[in-house]
Design a protein around this ligand. Structure first.
Ligand SMILES: [Zn+2]
Length: 108
């Protein structure tokens, strides 16, 4: 009998992950506040496990849900434009396999 370890109903109920999409993107442009978008506030509750670029304005972080242990990749980008700089943020939910790859390497 094959044994399945990835049963979703074994996870404790989580109040964070259901509010987050598998992929999310937000952008803030200076001078265009009315068009700015933001990631859900729940992103701030994710714990930073690895900060790959702590001194860069372009962030790359492995984050983890403190309630159910799901891993996420958080990225931010910064673009200098003549008519106003633009900040972008991305959040991607990782599979167990993807998370393991990030955990096993210091420089993804
Ligand atoms: Zn969760």
């Amino acid at each position: 009998m094959p044994h399945t370890t990835n049963m979703p109903d074994r996870l404790p109920p989580c109040t964070i992950c259901p509010t987050l999409a598998d992929q999310a993107r937000a952008a803030q442009k200076f001078g265009w506040e009315e068009h700015n978008t933001h990631l859900p506030a729940a992103v701030g509750r994710l714990k930073v496990v690895n900060d790959y670029r702590p001194y860069s304005s372009r962030k790359l972080q492995l984050r983890r849900c403190p309630e159910c242990g799901t891993y996420y990749l958080y990225r931010s980008d910064y673009e200098y434009l003549v008519n106003g700089s633009e900040d972008e943020e991305y959040l991607t939910r990782l599979t167990d396999e993807q998370a393991a790859e990030y955990l096993n390497s210091n420089e993804p």
